[in-house]
Design a protein around this ligand. Structure first.
Ligand SMILES: *Cc1c(COP(=O)(O)O)cnc(C)c1O
Length: 407
């Protein structure tokens, strides 16, 4: 049996079938990876927007080795320097005030946001969070309740109460949905899973104003659109930097492939509590929230190395330049192939919508050596590392052109 067949057989016997898998990937370097048969792929999925420095970047390998040899894990009963330094860095990137909480994934980061909102509204009996149709917030029970897509909820009813979905980019709909029990609004600045749809600047600014008027928390899910992908560190900063949220969640790219999640919340936002007025970032006190693995020295050292590399190598500006090149090429392909309906997105988070389901094109791209990922049924996305070269961008466009020409 080939190595691929062996591995697939083990999966069939021992791994729960929660994913539709295809290739067997064994190795990666930069923007490329290889399957068990030695076939090379240009990886424009990046592990679903995770590998922002590409595969096995030397800065990540170095940080992993150094920190692993020093201190891998230590509980949150103690202080550690990497967590402190990473929190400081993220606070600077998010808006100069506030604090962070660390966990291990996007869904978990969003859980921390829901608990922040519940604690914030608790004494006034407010607990409801308004989220958007087409949103995606993760696969925990609260995550699927928050997510504005029926397909993630099916089979897991009853849903956790306290979430209400309204039309994305429709400020009037959000305004109409705010009620006496509303505590917060949660939105992805660029919707990822449902098709790469950016929020409009007017929408984010309108939400900011609405939250100020009605004393609500504005919360952004930056799990996919954060981490420098749009050309600024957080997606909202590329759309409406004046619409800063009260809290935001991060994960995916922040560890460059090492699992880590986090939230940031503001200090300047004050909250009345039984023990007097407190900064929002201090309302989750000892005993209210925790994570065994959250913010381990290893995860934080790697995330710090990733962010330093993004800054030192000017990768956010490079992402914008590569994005322009890709968008130009994709628009030329749209002119040539009418099956491309629309090209959307910001920076290196681009969606290509077709007039048909994308399953076949995604499989044909893989067969031709390009990994891309569906976002909904009719859109596929380019979410490559921020480190891709012009040659990588051109190669991806050439493969896509060949595939579309044959289909
Ligand atoms: C991927 C994603 C999540 C869930 O992250 P996990 O790490 O899979 O739990 C949440 N929100 C958004 C916007 C995402 O793209």
């Amino acid at each position: 049996m080939s190595q691929t067949a062996d591995i697939i057989s083990l999966f069939e016997h021992f791994v729960m079938p929660t994913y539709g898998r295809s290739l067997t990937i064994v190795r990666g370097k930069g923007s490329k990876c290889w399957d068990a048969d030695g076939k090379e792929y240009l990886d424009f999925g990046g592990g679903v927007a995770v590998n922002i420095l590409g595969h096995s970047h030397p800065a990540i390998v170095r940080a992993l080795k150094q920190q692993a040899a020093t201190l891998i894990h230590c509980s949150n009963l103690y202080y550690t320097e990497p967590q402190a330094l990473l929190a400081k860095k993220l606070v600077e990137l998010a808006g100069a005030d506030g604090k962070c909480f660390f966990c291990n994934s996007g869904a978990e980061a969003n859980e921390a946001l829901y608990k922040l909102a519940r604690k914030f509204g608790h004494d006034e009996g407010r607990f409801e969070i308004i989220t958007m149709e087409g949103s995606f917030h993760g696969r925990t029970l609260a995550g699927i309740a928050a997510t504005g897509q029926e397909k993630v909820k099916k089979g897991f009813e009853p849903m956790m109460p306290g979430f209400k979905h309204v039309q994305f980019n429709n400020l009037d709909a959000v305004r109409a949905a705010v009620g006496p029990q509303t505590a917060a609004i949660l939105v992805e600045p660029v919707q990822g899973e449902s098709g790469i749809r950016p929020a409009t600047p007017e929408f984010l600014r309108g939400l900011r104003q609405l939250c100020d008027e009605r004393n609500l928390l504005l919360m952004f899910d930056e799990v996919q659109c954060g981490n420098g992908r749009t050309g600024k560190f957080f997606g909202f900063q590329s759309i409406a930097p004046d619409a800063a949220p009260d809290a935001l969640s991060m994960a995916k790219g922040i560890g460059g492939g090492f699992p880590i999640g986090a939230i940031w919340t503001r200090a300047v936002r004050k909250v009345k509590t039984a023990d007097g007025e407190k900064p929002l970032c201090d309302i989750l006190g000892p005993g209210t929230h925790a994570s065994t693995f959250g913010g381990t020295p290893l995860a934080c050292a790697v995330a710090l190395a990733v962010i330093r590399t993004v800054e030192e190598k000017n990768l956010m500006a490079k992402a914008v330049a590569r994005s322009k090149r890709l968008k130009r090429g994709l628009k030329a392909l749209r002119a040539k192939f009418p099956c491309i309906k629309e090209v959307r997105g910001l920076g290196l988070m681009l969606g290509i919508e077709l007039d048909r389901e994308v399953k076949d094109v995604v499989a044909q791209c893989a067969a031709a050596g390009l990994l891309v990922i569906p976002a909904g049924t009719h859109t596929f996305r380019f979410v490559p590392p921020l480190t891709i070269s012009n040659a990588d961008a051109d190669a991806a466009l050439a493969i896509l052109e060949k595939v579309l020409g044959q289909s």
